[in-house]
Design a protein around this ligand. Sequence first.
Ligand code: PMP
Length: 447
Amino acid sequence: MTDTMTATATSIVQERRIVTAIPGPKSIALQQRRLAVVAAGVASALPIFAERAHGAIVVDVDGNHFIDLGAGIGVMTIGHTDEAVVAAAAEQLELLTHAMFTITPYEAYVRVAELLAEHTPGDFPKKSVLLNSGAEAVENAVKIARLFTRRSGVAVLDHAYHGRTNLTMAMTFKAMPYKTGFGPFAPSIFHAPGSYPFRDGLSGAEAAARTITYLEKSVGASDLACVVAEPIQGEGGFVVPADGYLVALQHWCTANGVVFIADEVQSGMARTGKYFASEHFGLEPDMVISAKGIAGGLPISAVTGRAEIMDAPHPGGLGGTFAGNPVAAAAAIAVFGEIERRNLLAEASRIESILKPALRALALKHQIIGDVRGIGAMIAIELVQHGSLEPNPAAVAAVTAYAARHGVILLSAGTFGNVIRFLPSLAISDELLREAIGVIDDAFASL
Ligand code: PMP
């Protein structure tokens, strides 16, 4: 604990303020302790230790204030230490911290399932199972689809990220750092080519035809339980598929008895200006997976799907000790409430209306910015070698490091490590966004 901790997080001034070298002395000291006891495989993007955060500002242990354009990888969508979320969680903490829904159920779990049924795309009866993490939700979605279809095959797309458990490692595309050396992997996972307009130049119809040909010829529709796709790929680099791609894929799934699963762990829950990004593409997935943003930082995830699919598993087939924890569920209810009360879907569009033109202007100045893409508060730039499609991960590393030294938390992404992604909290002000872009402009100029 430091002296600054006597102040509450809500009193944090929403401004960028760097008061030490980055990392500061306290972060350096913590890093030494960490190296002795934390497994090396748990790497951190930044060398600073966080102490407090509110809204769009993270304060480190040395008192530096950072504009947070990463929001804990899209978790703090409604803002750090949001008052309504903190109050709901605190109240629940004193009433019932844990009961285990599969022993003595409680209302908060039911309420989250009601809210998910209401806000996920599709006007049909839906049911949910609540879990702890994104990967655990993906595991459960696959498990349910397999039981429902009595088939085993699982198709995923190139550049996908679905998690770090054994099944989800197998489903994830990128070997290093997620898979290398960690095999053998779960069988019956098929990686189909997807749609990456900046790199493949295909229309949605062309890319869908390529995917479907692969599935029909290499996998066989009758062996396929499900296709799992991120409507906008997250770790893969905020790849927005070409128009018509996803809906064509979903139609093919429906025609072939294959469950279509949207992994909206990163793209869901108001981040793109709709509750779920699927809505931008005219999708009504058979199942939607949500996690990151749904509970304002408390760990909870969900699989929500057509009632007849979700009811396929026998009683006792689904669950988990901490799954759907009451404190996290209370926080999720507060997040849904705040999205409505503060009209946060519109905030995502506001952020896009500032970020996209500003980044396009940067792309005109700095020619290594090859692409500007994304929807709402899920925007990215892809960096290339001058005048080519050759990835430029070194520039991403230099820009993100410069930004950190100057008080902006900026995250990378992409199979080639050459994407900078912007996924700020919806609570970020226009002024902070513009200031952060100024820092990024300076970062490119410094290359
Ligand atoms: N799916 C997607 C699309 C994700 O972005 C992530 C996390 N980055 C996961 C699954 C895994 O979630 P978790 O880290 O909570 O297991």
